[in-house]
Design a protein around this ligand. Structure first.
Ligand code: F6R
Length: 603
């Protein structure tokens, strides 16, 4: 959580930082601020609220300069307020810092400094970094940064400005992301690539405890022992436009509409000649006795689909586990286990911890990640990338679809490895898969249908989602999507579970969204639909079967997958659109729902 950006170069810094913060707002939006170093003095403007509040504050109090740092906050320690906003300054206003992460020993360090007379201004854990830096500072900022980081416990991505060294921006990180962007007009630090894409696609990734010293015409990397490290910049293929709204009102809608392209690119990436092909081919399923999926939120819901699909196609033991549970539950895994970690950001704290736990236990690890160079991508034994491009809306859509596509391809690959499919069967499965992008595209011709239905739902107090098997996994995703952006209470149930308690909540007019795309289970879900209809519910029924007829209380959304096992990729798009329109009709902040952040880098 929290986004940081910094720039040193020949351009005016303030607009660059504000623009970068806009791209990072998805990481937190409780408050924002920036610090500029100009003529030997550090000036800070920071403001509770959205970026527009900071822009207004800067209109009242304009700043200029060629070196600066900025921050957008997702509060962890201390409420959202002007004083708790970043950047933080030391007491002598010589050193300014921005921080993403959590300083776990901040209380101890704060008490130690307070005993020495240092006065703190905020309730944050981050201020300790600025105060400690000024306390240690003896003129050499590198030395100061090393001493500060040696004292810190926890996680951090940090940017430092120091009035004694007015041409340098210093960056360091541990367990939180930080990239360095290089351009002819200056150099950048940022939590994520989209923040600098307008200016450069030449990126270096900072490793844990490495230090970057940025000047306007060079960047020098050091180890914690001050040895110079040589890094070759990587060229990012994402372009600036892909991180823009491109005429759409919301990123979420744009990203939903991008899914046919994302599916096409991701499927191709895993086929011969594609960038993920070699990694997938090299996985020898014969080495393993079981597969564990671990992930958080929507990525966990993808794991659930993966579990059902892999078990059925491969006849192989598969477990799906929430990363926050997996990391502490002492799971029974060993060198014959393949642990698959799924993450859009590649920086989710629980997923990183789960990956490390799996490695500690000797398991082989495969990451399915969207952000190139992220921690999970780098630490896993094998990594495949979803071809979603930058996902900006907090609620994930296109990354979900891309993850699902890679899971289908892995399932086919493993089924072949285990001898569960013949070459013609494999070819048929892949042919089905290659039709999926066009099918997703065709679905968009009927968007008005779901829009009209959503218009009747935005006043609902509670919505239930039911399904069985993969349809249950998609019900989980539909429910999560709805609640996170529309704030309507919703729950997802395996259809068969409803009558074991939850059905008592169904009353006149309660909306139930039922999904039935698994033919052999159609009758079961249809009878669950009957049960709720007879208790007064109204039902939105997503189904691939033509058996049901519409009534006043029962509305149908047909799904026609080329093959049943791919239906989740279509039903999820209907549910994304449903949530989107319900939230639009409710007037919610679609791309930045309250209390959330895109990249959950705290436990
Ligand atoms: C929901 C959503 C979250 C993420 C979860 C994991 O729309 O976006 O539930 O799926 O926080 O994030 P990643 O995939 O970055 O590990």
């Amino acid at each position: 959580m929290c986004g940081i950006i910094g720039y040193v170069g020949t351009e005016d810094t303030v607009p660059i930082i504000l623009e970068g913060l806009k791209k990072l707002e998805y990481r937190g939006y409780d408050s924002a601020g920036l610090a500029i170093l100009d003529r030997g003095a550090v000036s800070v403007v920071k403001q509770k609220g959205r970026l527009t509040a900071l822009e207004e504050a800067l209109r009242q109090n304009p700043l200029t300069g060629h070196i600066g740092i900025g921050h957008t906050r997702w509060a962890t320690h201390g409420e959202p307020s002007d004083t708790n906003s970043h950047p933080h300054l030391g007491s002598q206003r010589k050193i300014a810092i921005v921080h993403n992460g959590i300083i776990e020993n901040h209380r101890y360090l704060r008490e130690t400094l307070e005993r020495k007379g240092v006065v703190f201004h905020s309730e944050t854990d981050s201020e300790i970094v600025a105060q400690l830096a000024e306390y240690y500072h003896r003129g050499d900022i590198m030395d100061t940064v090393i001493r500060v980081t040696n004292a810190l416990e926890g996680s951090y991505a940090l940017g430092f400005l120091c009035a004694d060294d007015p041409d340098k921006l210093i960056a360091v990180r541990k367990d939180n992301p930080l990239i360095i962007g290089l351009s002819d007009g200056g150099n950048f630090i940022a939590s994520d690539v989209p923040a600098v894409l307008k200016h450069t696609n030449k990126i270096c990734y900072l490793e844990d405890r490495e230090i970057a010293v940025l000047e306007k015409d060079r960047v020098t990397f050091y180890s914690r022992d001050r040895e110079v490290i040589h890094k070759t910049p990587e060229t990012i293929s994402w372009n600036f436009e892909s991180a823009e709204k491109g005429g759409y009102k919301h990123f979420m809608f744009k990203e939903i509409m991008e899914q046919p392209r994302v599916l096409r690119d991701t499927i191709r990436s895993a086929l011969p000649g594609g960038t993920n092909h070699a990694v997938i081919e090299a996985l020898d399923i014969g080495r393993y006795s079981q597969i564990f999926f671990t992930a958080c939120g929507s990525a966990y819901n993808v794991s659930m689909v993966g579990k059902y699909v892999l078990e059925r196609l491969c006849r192989f033991p598969v477990t799906a586990d929430l990363a926050s549970e997996f990391r502490y539950r002492d799971a029974v895994i060993d060198a014959r286990t393949l642990v698959i970690v799924i993450s859009q950001s590649g920086e989710t704290a629980d997923s990183i911890a789960a990956l490390r736990e799996a490695k500690r236990k000797g398991a082989d690890t495969l990451a399915i990640v969207n952000v190139v160079g992220s921690t999970i991508a780098k630490e896993a034994d094998h990594t495949v990338y979803t071809m979603a491009g930058p996902e900006i809306a907090v609620a994930t859509t296109k990354a979900f679809s891309a993850q699902l596509a890679l899971l289908y391809l892995l399932a086919v690959r493993f089924a072949r490895g285990l001898g569960r499919v013949t070459p013609p069967e494999e070819a048929a499965l892949l042919a089905d898969l290659e039709e999926l992008p066009d099918q997703a595209e065709a679905l968009f011709a009927h968007v008005d249908r779901i829009q009209q239905y959503a218009a009747t739902c935005f006043n609902c107090k509670s919505i239930f989602f039911i399904g069985r098997n993969v349809d249950y996994a998609i019900a989980l995703e539909g429910s999560l999507k709805l609640k996170e952006i529309s704030y309507i209470h919703s729950e997802a149930y395996a259809g068969g579970e409803l009558k074991h308690g939850t059905i008592s909540l169904i009353e006149e007019g309660t909306l139930v969204v039922a999904i039935a795309c698994t033919e052999r289970l159609y009758g079961k879900t249809a009878s669950n639909v009957e049960q709720v209809l007879s208790r007064g519910a109204r039902v939105l029924f997503l189904t691939s079967s033509g058996e049901t007829e519409e009534t006043d209380c029962l509305s149908l959304l047909p799904i026609r997958p080329v093959s049943e096992w791919l239906a989740p990729s279509l039903s999820v798009i209907w549910l994304q659109l449903f949530s989107y329109y319900v939230a639009v009709y409710k007037g919610c902040d679609i791309d930045k729902p309250r209390n959330l952040a895109k990249s959950v880098t705290v436990e």
